[in-house]
Design a protein around this ligand. Structure first.
Ligand code: P6P
Length: 340
């Protein structure tokens, strides 16, 4: 069967009335920007783009040169098309309005331009994560508070994983679909439609080095996985941790699994409410995962239902195979209930 390009897929979605022309243009622009990011990443040391930029981002984290380059590419690509009212990024304290010289559109774009960038210098997969919201009517210059919409209001969410292949994964709320970059032609081609995450799995992803800091229900849940067939689960589990959320989530979308970044005593000591950011990491990934039949929770609430309180707010993330997320959530409910 003739391969379907991203453009053709977007036209199909428009004809089916699932997206409008402006949202279609937005996705095309983001996909094109991510192709440029892939080119910059693939140059590696030859492009003089490795290492630190010598600056910190709003999170107080050292910025990699490619963090800054990727952010600039996404901002520049989205400025002139007339499809956006404003952008927000992990790399910027405040939202960026569309320059006055360009027409404004009806959408808000949020992104982590280069997630997992600490892996760049050791040549491990990284990614771009994005989320699309509707800009509130009558708001000329959206401010941070206009971005604070629950994940259930997302119009689209996606990521690009810069790995052995460059893949775009995308949802508009009608399934989760994967596109592979055809480098010869320079276009994304539909490679898998309607990805499904198996409800059961024997593979988990967590940073085990934080184990001693976890809350009791997390200790209990992971302890049972590690006990394997000799323990209450009666089967052995495998573990993976790429430390690049996009790579770990893509593996889960491809073969099942469950991913955790729980709240722990270390984060609480820094008065943080989690490691991962709600608006441009947890929410888009939750939308993508749920559309593939998986679950996404903070351990105590469905991520997509959260009412955001701050643009760079952090949350715990449990996502992936439905039955494992449900068990971890149940253990947290039992522990909370026991505490009264
Ligand atoms: P740790 C990358 O910095 C990131 O935001 C996610 O992509 C990844 O899952 C997580 O943090 C890794 O955190 O503490 O294992 O380095």
């Amino acid at each position: 069967m003739k391969p379907i390009s991203l453009i053709q897929f977007l036209i199909e979605e428009r004809r089916a009335g699932r997206i409008n022309a402006e949202l279609s243009l937005l996705i095309e622009v983001v996909a094109r920007a991510c192709k440029r990011i892939a080119v910059a990443i693939n140059k590696g040391a030859l492009g003089g783009v490795l290492g630190n930029a010598g600056s910190d981002n709003v999170q107080g984290e050292a910025q990699k040169k490619l963090d800054v380059i990727s952010n600039e590419i996404l901002l520049e690509a989205n400025a002139w098309g007339g499809h956006l009212a404003a952008c927000a990024s992990e790399e910027m304290e405040d939202p960026q309005p569309i320059p006055d010289m360009y027409p404004k559109g009806h959408h808000l774009l949020l992104f982590d331009p280069l997630d997992g960038s600490s892996n760049i210098d050791v040549n491990i997969s990284v990614g771009t994560i994005f989320s699309v919201l509707r800009s509130p009517d009558g708001v000329e210059e959206p401010k941070a508070e206009h971005f604070l919409q629950p994940g259930t209001t997302q119009l689209a969410a996606g990521y690009v994983v810069y790995g052995p292949a460059t893949l775009l994964v995308l949802t508009f709320g009608h399934g989760t679909h994967e596109f592979t970059l055809d480098r010869e032609v320079g276009s994304f081609v539909l490679s898998r439609r309607n990805l499904r995450i198996p409800e059961e799995t024997a593979e988990f992803a967590i940073n085990m080095s934080n184990q001693r800091h976890w809350e009791a229900p997390m200790q209990r849940y992971i302890g049972e996985l590690l006990a394997g067939q000799d323990g209450p689960r009666g089967k052995d589990f495998n573990m993976r941790w790429v430390a690049s959320m996009v790579a770990d989530v893509h593996r889960i979308l491809s073969r099942g699994g469950v991913f955790f970044y729980p709240l722990d005593a270390k984060l609480k000591a820094k008065a943080q409410t989690g490691k991962l950011r709600l608006m441009y990491e947890a929410n888009p990934m939750a939308f993508i995962v749920e559309q593939a039949g998986g679950s996404a929770s903070t351990g105590r609430a469905r991520i997509l239902d959260l009412e955001p309180t701050a643009l760079h707010q952090r949350v715990p993330v449990f996502l992936g195979s439905k039955n494992e997320v449900a068990m971890a959530v149940r253990y947290h409910a039992e522990a909370d209930g026991a505490q009264g």
